[in-house]
Design a protein around this ligand. Structure first.
Ligand code: ZN
Length: 165
């Protein structure tokens, strides 16, 4: 999933469903929504391994708890897990239990429509071995659909700002 959605979707969920949650948590920890993808910068061969596993996520949650507080740790955990979930549910593969197991996991779900009343539902839990995976080639930082989302958000922000004045 491209970077824009990793940031925007969990951010909106928190803003909409937890309007009273302090902005210092919501915005101060926002970088955690994309932190897992920095493994690509460290070593492209370890992308989807190094920072995309539950041990890394739990480590960061504990660090945030230790350095800040429990509330921050919960928000941070939500951001980190949302990243893994989106990668994982988006037909992507994530090495959830690396370095103990280097298999990668993915969930494939779709409903296909064939016209009339014909539907087919697909739900597959897929596991592949690390040697089969080839995730080189760079991820999408921003695509047209991401641009559209950003423009829509800016419009909403502008309208609410004008209304408040
Ligand atoms: Zn990722």
């Amino acid at each position: 999933m491209e970077t824009t959605f990793h940031i925007v979707i969990p951010l909106l969920l928190l803003l909409v469903f937890f309007p009273k949650l302090e902005k210092k948590y919501i915005l101060g920890l926002l970088f955690l929504t994309i932190l897992p993808d920095f493994d690509y910068m460290i070593n492209a061969n370890l992308h989807r391994f190094l920072f995309h596993n539950i041990f890394f996520v739990i480590g960061i949650i504990l660090l945030v708890w230790f350095l800040w507080n429990k509330k921050a740790a919960i928000v941070g955990g939500f951001y980190l897990f949302s990243h893994l979930l989106f990668d994982f549910a988006n037909g992507g593969f994530v090495a959830l239990f690396w370095p103990i197991y280097s298999n990668l996991y993915s969930i494939l779900f779709k409903i296909k429509y064939f016209g009339g009343l014909k539907f087919k539902i697909y739900l597959n839990w897929i596991m592949i071995e690390a040697s089969e995976v080839n995730i080189q080639g760079g991820g999408d930082l921003l695509t047209m659909s991401g641009m559209v989302v950003i423009i829509l958000l800016m419009l909403v922000a502008m309208v609410s700002w004008i209304k408040k004045r």
